[in-house]
Design a protein around this ligand. Structure first.
Ligand SMILES: [Zn+2]
Ligand SMILES: [Zn+2]
Length: 324
């Protein structure tokens, strides 16, 4: 028999189960304890509490000042009238856990986010001069190898600069080019991507105000302009990029106008940190959906087969709807 509570404790939606089973007035304290009048004895004042903080060691454990304690399975067994502990486990499993695919577990994602390291420093090149794109409209095999379509290359005015031996990603704000990022193809530069001077990296979003997603009620947020352009080329027009994982409030404010936001940052530590930061800056203004860390080496959407994107976005919507 499954040992549900021991093995999958963090996956049990304790808060939901308690509220589904018990019709009572609840309140939650700052330690993640959910309080209500005790269902096991004749109680007027809330003397019963159960821990609903998944990262707490006491998650799923309840306690009553008069009756003592137990866990969510004991709770379910008694209040739903199951004869055995195992029957209660089975009911929880089939009612709440049968759709959960472990890889996508919310608790795991948030734990991963919490455990992640501080952001890595972003490279900057102060000496990078302004320069004009010498040959606009030049295509380069690298672009196609990355998955950029002709339409995307044109929409984003991506071009190859022969003198610099780099791919130029111009950045447009209100229909004006305000700078560009150069993807170095020589492999000899200090950073893969170099920005033009005064590039508004932290105050704007790539593809942030393009007409092509004007009337949509959602937006997909990714880290890199290249990824945004690839997604756009496959038909996901409602996509913006943050120029990396060091997101900030000014950028996130630009997203408040969208009712629904899908965060799809890279599956690395910086990406996890960015997810957490973005969530905090967005959750009071939008419905935020997180695409969980995708189980591929880097986890950038561009590393995932395009046919699977819809699957991942739907997964985000279904499992990881986060209300802070
Ligand atoms: Zn009691
Ligand atoms: Zn566009």
């Amino acid at each position: 028999m499954a040992r549900l509570f021991q093995d999958r404790r963090s996956k049990i939606p304790v808060n939901q189960i308690v509220k589904d089973i018990l019709d009572a007035e609840f309140y939650e304290d700052t330690r993640g304890e959910l309080w209500c009048p005790c269902p096991f004895h004749n109680d007027r004042n809330p003397s019963f509490s159960i821990n609903i903080n998944p990262s707490s060691l006491k998650y799923g454990l309840y306690h009553c000042f008069a009756c003592g304690g137990g866990n969510i399975v004991n709770f379910t067994q008694q209040l739903k009238g199951f004869n055995t502990y195992e029957e209660a486990e089975e009911w929880i499993e089939s009612t709440y856990l049968s759709n959960i695919d472990d890889e996508w577990d919310t608790v795991e994602i948030l734990k991963r986010i919490d455990d992640s390291e501080p952001l890595r420093k972003t490279l900057k090149d102060p000496d990078l001069p302004h320069y004009e794109v010498s040959h606009p409209g030049n295509k380069h095999p690298w672009m196609y190898k990355q998955g950029l379509t002709d339409e995307a290359i044109e929409h984003f005015q991506i071009t190859y600069d022969k003198d610099k031996e780099g791919i130029i990603f111009p950045h447009e704000v209100k229909k004006k080019i305000v700078g560009w990022q150069t993807r170095d193809l020589t492999g000899e530069k200090r950073a893969k991507y170099l920005n033009t001077l005064d590039f508004p990296k932290s105050s704007t979003l790539y593809h942030g105000d393009c007409e092509c997603h004007n009337d949509s009620d959602y937006i997909i947020v990714v880290e890199s302009p290249k990824t945004a352009a690839i997604m756009w080329g496959i038909g996901y027009n409602n996509v913006v990029a943050t120029f990396g994982a060091s997101i900030n409030e000014e950028q996130m404010r630009l997203l408040w106008k969208y009712p629904n936001i899908f965060l799809w940052f890279d599956n690395d530590e910086a990406g996890a940190k960015a997810t957490r930061a973005a969530l905090n800056l967005l959750k009071d203004h939008c419905e935020v959906y997180i695409v969980p860390p995708v189980n591929v080496p880097k986890g950038d959407p561009a590393d995932v087969p395009y046919e699977d994107w819809e699957y991942y976005l739907n997964k985000a919507q279904y499992y990881v709807h986060w209300r802070g």
